[in-house]
Design a protein around this ligand. Structure first.
Ligand code: ZN
Length: 341
C-alpha cells in the first residue's frame, strides 16, 4: 500500500490497491526495467501493432465525419456513428463492451438529447481487481472531422485492442475507454470516474491517455511524473508510467520529452482520484522550436499541428511515422503493466 502525498485539489480516496505493480522504476536505477524477461507479450505486441493497422480505423472515422456534416462532435450523429463503429470493432475482437450513458450539461444538449455515451471494453482475462486502463477521446470539435484530434488516439487503441484480443494471457485485466464530450467539458471521463465506487477506483492500477499522436509536424511528448505538484506530475506512480512510455518510444528510435499535465484532457479525473497516470501527445498549435526540430526532425518555427481544431484535420495531413511510433510504444507499455505483478 502506498502513501499518498497531500493534494489540496484531490478528494480523499484510498490508494489503488495494486499500486505495487508500478514498482521497479524511479528508484534511482535510471531505468523502468520494462523488459520482463519471462513474458514475451510486451515485445510481441509492440512488434505486432503498426500505424498502418491503425490507419484502417482512421479511414472509417474520416468517412463517418464526411457522412455526418464534416464532424464527429458529441452529441451528434457523427459521434453516434463513431460509438457504433468502435463498439463493433471491440465486440468482434472478443471484448466485454458497454456504452454507458452520461448526462449532458444543459447548455451542451444539442438536438434534444440529454445524454451521451462513452465506450468501455475490457478483456475477459486478467484480474478484474487489478485493471490497466488506456483511454482516448472519441469526439471531435464541431469545426472539423478530428482525425489527428483525436481519431489518432482512438485508432491506436483499436489497433492495440484487436492485436491483444479479448482474452490474452495477462496477470491484470486491460480496459479500454473511448470518451465523449472531451472537447466541451471533459464530461465523459469526469462522470465515469465520479460514478465509480471507491473500490472500483481502487482497482485501477493506472490510466494512460492518448490525445493527438499523429500531428503533421510531430513532437514526442510524454506526460507524467514531471512538475512539483501532484496536479502537474500526477499521483505517485505516474513517473513509472511515463518512464515506461519513454523507454518504449526510445525503442522505436526517438527521444521523447517528458512534460506536465495541464487538465486539458481526460486524464484530469483520474489524477483527481489519485490514480497514477501517463499520457502521450504529439503537440498542437504551439510552434516547434529549433532544438525540437533538431531532435525530432520536422519544421522549426511552425506549429506541431497546423490544422488543429479546423476542417483540415483530415486523413491526408497525418504524420504516419509518429502514429506508428506512438502506437508501438503504447502497446508495449500497456502489455508491460498487464503482465506485471
Ligand atoms: Zn483532443
Amino acid at each position: 500500500m502506498r502513501t499518498r502525498r497531500a493534494a489540496a485539489a484531490a478528494p480523499a480516496l484510498p490508494a489503488p490497491a495494486g499500486a505495487g505493480a508500478l514498482g521497479g522504476c524511479g528508484s534511482g536505477s535510471g531505468t523502468c526495467a520494462t523488459g520482463a524477461p519471462d513474458n514475451p507479450l510486451p515485445r510481441r505486441l509492440a512488434a505486432d501493432v503498426t500505424g498502418t493497422g491503425a490507419d484502417s480505423h482512421l479511414v472509417a472515422l474520416q468517412r463517418i465525419a464526411d457522412e455526418n456534416g464534416g464532424n464527429r462532435a458529441s452529441p451528434g450523429p457523427g459521434y453516434e456513428a463513431s460509438v457504433q463503429y468502435v463498439a463493433a470493432v471491440l465486440r468482434a475482437a472478443g471484448y466485454d463492451v458497454s456504452t454507458p450513458a452520461y448526462p449532458l450539461a444543459k447548455r451542451r444538449r444539442r438536438g434534444g438529447g440529454t445524454h451521451c455515451q462513452n465506450v468501455i471494453a475490457q478483456t475477459r482475462t486478467g484480474d478484474p481487481a487489478r485493471v490497466v486502463m488506456a483511454g482516448a477521446h472519441l469526439d471531435s470539435v464541431r469545426k472539423g472531422p478530428g482525425i489527428n484530434d483525436n481519431g489518432s488516439g482512438v485508432a491506436a487503441l483499436l489497433e492495440i485492442a484487436t492485436r491483444l484480443g479479448g482474452a490474452p494471457l495477462v496477470r491484470n485485466a486491460v480496459r479500454f475507454a473511448f470518451w465523449g464530450s472531451e472537447e466541451d467539458d471533459l464530461q465523459g471521463s469526469t462522470h465515469y470516474v465520479k460514478t465509480l465506487s471507491r473500490g472500483q477506483r481502487g482497482n485501477i492500477l493506472l490510466y494512460l491517455n492518448l490525445d493527438m499522436i499523429a500531428s503533421s509536424n510531430a513532437g514526442y511528448f510524454v506526460l507524467g511524473g514531471e512538475g512539483k505538484t501532484p496536479a502537474k506530475s500526477g499521483p505517485r506512480g505516474s513517473a513509472q508510467v511515463a518512464c515506461a512510455l519513454v523507454e518504449r518510444l526510445a525503442a522505436t528510435g526517438v527521444v521523447a520529452r517528458t512534460t506536465t499535465f495541464d487538465r486539458e484532457s481526460d486524464y484530469a479525473a483520474f489524477i483527481d482520484a489519485g490514480i497514477p497516470a501517463g499520457g502521450v501527445w504529439s503537440g498542437d498549435r504551439k510552434n516547434k522550436s529549433g532544438k525540437q526540430a533538431r531532435r525530432w526532425g520536422g519544421r522549426p518555427g511552425e506549429p506541431f499541428d497546423p490544422h488543429y481544431h479546423t476542417r483540415r484535420d483530415r486523413l491526408d495531413e497525418l504524420n504516419r511515422t509518429a502514429l506508428d511510433r506512438f502506437t508501438r510504444a503504447v502497446a508495449g507499455t500497456v502489455a508491460h503493466f498487464a503482465v506485471s505483478n
